[in-house]
Design a protein around this ligand. Structure first.
Ligand SMILES: CC(C)(COP(=O)(O)OP(=O)(O)OC[C@H]1O[C@@H](n2cnc3c(N)ncnc32)[C@H](O)[C@@H]1OP(=O)(O)O)[C@@H](O)C(=O)NCCC(=O)NCCSC(=O)/C=C/c1ccc(O)cc1
Ligand SMILES: O=C(O)CCC(=O)C(=O)O
Ligand SMILES: [Fe+2]
Length: 359
């Protein structure tokens, strides 16, 4: 009884501690709890014990050093169609830059709670900077064991003024250096759709806005009962993900049922297609469901850079794709900010956001 009482008091104080006081799940983890608060208990179907993992399959690893070589172009387009996910090596972003971003992420989450609280939605000077926990606590029945800082990029000047000083310089440097990955990838992916010339308008449609998230998954007392990130696809055009060496990211296998682990490779970047590109390519490129498991032994970080249409763009199947392939559109035209708003209004739910755009 006393134990139960303590637990329910704890549940009541949880929101206060995690959300209002700025401790996040990192704070919970550091308290050394030996049980998982109820709010984090996921339904059986979402737990790792319900995942069928294929051990001998893996997403392609592609050497980008000769990215305009026809065999590399084909490897990228095939991976984007079949897997929606691949890792790239020899991509041109210096190893040191990647290390700096990971260090900056740890530096940010290592700040005292009263510092971090400044970046909560209620206190943040701008909706372009937001520190949160789980995904959307207001909309979730069960929370995810993750804290994250989300930064919307408008300009260097704005970022220097409002992004947290603990990480802003390293993130800006990383984003600038990622251009050597973004440009070739867009060119190659468009080539796969028989689009050889990408004018200003199309660049803006495909890559007009950037968002970078810093994800922190602290050690979890009962990882088998919860998730790091629930099943979802990204709403981006595509995402460049930097992960540390802990592991735990799984992607849906081409069979649509099983899961495949994405093993950390030092110096590699993980690329995944997002919903916007699935829509623009009329379904040729697939945004693939992925998820992150929680773990008991190590803190994990990851840094996704989301390359997106501008929120004010209308996205729909590209006319070239429909004309070249003589296809009927599978998706409606939607305002991208309406699409992302729909994503941000509900808990992670696999690929359900796409239903909004389906014809
Ligand atoms: C800052 C923008 C440019 C909009 O500004 P705004 O028009 O002034 O609108 P708001 O900032 O008021 O945002 C509208 C609503 O969007 C939601 N939202 C706005 N950013 C956020 C935010 N980072 N967090 C969670 N709600 C938000 C949020 O619901 C918010 O409503 P509210 O909470 O009532 O103020 C921006 O939010 C926007 O429209 N972005 C579109 C581009 C964009 O960010 N695309 C998303 C690509 S990111 C992606 O694929 C993410 C994947 C992801 C996968 C797994 C995760 O666990 C987390 C993320
Ligand atoms: O942490 C990871 O490896 C993936 C995170 C993710 O899917 C996301 O933030 O959208
Ligand atoms: Fe994701």
């Amino acid at each position: 009884m006393a134990q139960e009482m303590r637990l329910s008091e704890e549940e009541a104080g949880l929101t206060e501690f995690v959300i209002k006081e700025g401790h996040g799940v990192k704070g919970l983890s550091e308290m050394g709890l030996n049980h998982l608060p109820k709010r984090y208990v996921q339904p059986q179907s979402e737990r790792s014990s319900s995942m069928q993992v294929l051990q001998d399959l893996s997403i392609p690893i592609i050497d980008m050093s000769k990215w305009d070589d026809p065999t590399v172009v084909k490897a990228i387009c095939d991976a984007a169609e079949k897997w929606g996910f691949f890792q790239i090596i020899n991509h041109g972003v210096p190893l040191e830059t990647l290390e700096n971003v990971k260090e900056a992420t740890l530096a940010f989450f290592g700040l005292p709670p009263e510092e971090k609280r400044k970046y909560f939605k209620e206190n943040s000077p701008s909706n372009h900077v937001r520190l949160s926990t789980s995904f959307i606590p207001e909309a979730e029945n069960a929370m995810e064991w993750k804290d994250y800082l989300s930064l919307f990029y408008v300009s260097d000047d704005e970022a220097l003024a409002i992004w947290p000083p603990a990480c802003r310089d390293q993130l800006l440097d990383y984003m600038r250096k990622c251009e050597v990955v973004i440009k070739p990838l867009v060119q190659v992916l468009m080539k796969g759709l028989n689009i050889d010339v990408i004018d200003e308008k199309k660049w803006s449609l495909l890559t007009g806005s950037l968002r970078i998230n810093l994800n922190y998954y602290p050690k979890c007392p009962k990882p088998e009962l919860t998730v790091g990130v629930g099943r979802h696809s990204d709403v981006s055009t595509f995402t460049i993900l930097l992960q540390d060496d802990i592991g735990g990211l799984y992607v849906r296998a081409p069979d649509g049922q099983s899961w495949v682990h994405v093993p950390p490779i030092n110096g590699a970047l993980v690329i995944n297609m997002g919903d916007a590109l699935q829509i623009l390519s009329n379904g040729k490129y697939k945004s693939i469901e992925h998820r992150v498991i929680a773990n008991a032994t190590a803190d994990r970080i990851s840094i996704p850079l989301f390359i997106n249409p501008k929120p004010s763009e209308v996205i729909g199947p590209l006319t070239e794709v429909l004309d070249n392939a003589g296809e009927k559109p599978k998706y409606k035209n939607v305002l991208y900010s309406d699409y992302t708003l729909h994503f941000y209004r509900k808990a992670h739910d696999g690929k359900d956001t796409l239903e909004l755009a389906k014809i």
